[in-house]
Design a protein around this ligand. Structure first.
Ligand code: PMT
Length: 395
């Protein structure tokens, strides 16, 4: 969202307080934010609060003292890359759907050419009222983006649908919906993530340091580019990205089974998971008792990617390699032996690259010998480049 111009419209509902956190998060992501409030919204949170949080004066009335000499509702509407209303009451939804422009916010929405995002929040009966539903449908039909409200306890004391989602969830939805493209529309992309867990007994396992961050960023990027995205993941601390179907597995054998189930019908498999090469031959059925020394008997795991390479037909295959030396040489061997379209080689000996960090430095090593090198980037940006590279592969 860096450099993006966002207008946040705030209307008069109790959830207006959550919009303060939302604006703050938008700015932390690098967006420039201007806030417009309805008169009723100012009864819940003052314009001063939003002015401080956004770093800009807040517009409320069409007739307040001018902030700049452009026609303000038009100037701001043109400045915006996106317009998002958080929270949106039944009243503003009704006004926009019926072409009413009688205050600064509703006038700007009518004047802007930017995409408009609406986050409804209201009492369940009001939300479910057929008039509200008809108004929301009208807005959808005109191309407005509507976020589904949460269900739960509402400020009016009842419980049901109509609660404004948490600001972090609104950011995810807004980012996902704004950036969604169609390069991979109609394609199924399978991504694996996390480190496999090879059980020793019911409470212990052999694992590795993979956090899943790289794989989750890839799944988010694939979904953002319009793919039906299946994320096969070991247990992690991360939230499943928007628009992604997730399957949880533990061991390499379970991961292989999950990949096998979807492989024939997918167009691409991206193996970002750190898969254990070995598992314990005989898992103990009960928790092992402490003893002086003991030896684990390990047996080789199936190589999921290699076997996919042997049976692939139309599928594109992308592997990862975490190396500490001879990065490109080792990567080339893996591209050949696993029949990959390209391999993402990460030098995990470098600071800020590889396991359990938010950044990665990678090179893409292609089957024809081409190498594309990238600087240290956030995993989100690395994922974006990998998904673009995937969409550019010849069909
Ligand atoms: O999860 P993060 O904390 O964000 O960290 C990301 C990562 C460092 C784990 C990721 O970027 C990465 O490099 N993953 C691959 C780790 C690795 O070293 O893979 P490998 O060289 O053992 O295997 C090569 C490829 O074969 C990988 O795509 C792997 O998924 C696959 N493989 C490996 C073994 C096996 N039995 N089956 C496989 O399919």
């Amino acid at each position: 969202m860096k450099g993006m111009h966002v207008i946040v419209g705030v209307t008069g509902g109790i959830a207006a307080y959550k919009a303060v956190d939302f604006v703050s998060r938008l700015r932390k992501q690098g967006a420039e934010v201007q806030v417009v409030m309805t008169e009723h919204a100012t009864k819940f949170v003052t314009p001063l609060t939003f002015g401080e949080i956004s770093g800009h004066p807040v517009s409320v009335s069409m007739f307040q003292e001018v902030i700049n000499w452009d026609v303000e509702h038009i100037a701001l509407a043109t400045w915006a890359d996106a317009y998002i209303i958080v929270p949106a009451t039944a009243n503003i939804i009704g006004k926009i759907a019926n072409g009413i422009a009688d205050d600064m916010l509703s006038t700007q929405v009518m004047a802007t050419k930017a995409p408009v995002f609406i986050c409804p929040a209201m009492n369940t009966n009001m939300y479910e009222n057929p008039i509200t539903q008809r108004n929301l449908q009208t807005l959808r039909d005109y191309g407005y983006h509507i976020m589904e409200p949460d269900s739960g306890h509402l400020a009016c004391g009842t419980s049901g649908k109509g609660r404004l989602p948490d600001p972090a969830a609104i950011i995810d939805w807004f980012d996902f919906t704004y950036h969604k493209s169609q390069e991979l529309a109609g394609q199924t992309v399978v991504v694996t993530a996390g480190g496999t867990q090879e059980a020793i007994d019911p409470v212990r396992y052999i694992g590795n340091r993979s956090s899943g961050k790289m794989g989750y960023a890839l799944a988010a990027a694939a979904a953002r580019h319009g793919a039906h995205t299946i994320l096969i993941t070991t247990p992690t601390q991360l939230a499943i990205p928007m628009g992604v179907q997730a399957v949880t597995v533990h061991s390499a054998k379970e991961m292989k089974q999950a990949v096998d189930e979807v492989f024939d019908d997918c167009q691409a498999l991206i193996m970002a998971a750190a898969v254990a090469d070995y598992r314990v031959r005989n898992q103990a059925p009960q928790k092992l008792k402490k003893q002086e020394d003991f030896t684990l008997d390990l047996v080789k795991n199936p190589d999921i990617l290699k076997e996919a390479g042997q049976r692939k037909q139309k599928q594109k295959l992308i592997g990862f390699a975490a190396e500490t030396e001879h990065l490109i040489e080792n990567a080339r061997k893996k591209v050949d032996s696993k029949h990959l379209d390209f391999l993402v080689a990460n030098d995990v000996s470098q600071q800020g690259s590889g396991f359990n960090v938010d950044t990665n430095q990678v090179s893409l090593v292609y089957a024809d010998g081409t190498i594309k090198e990238f600087p240290l980037l956030s995993k989100k940006e690395v994922a974006e480049r990998i998904i673009i590279a995937l969409s550019e592969l010849k069909k």
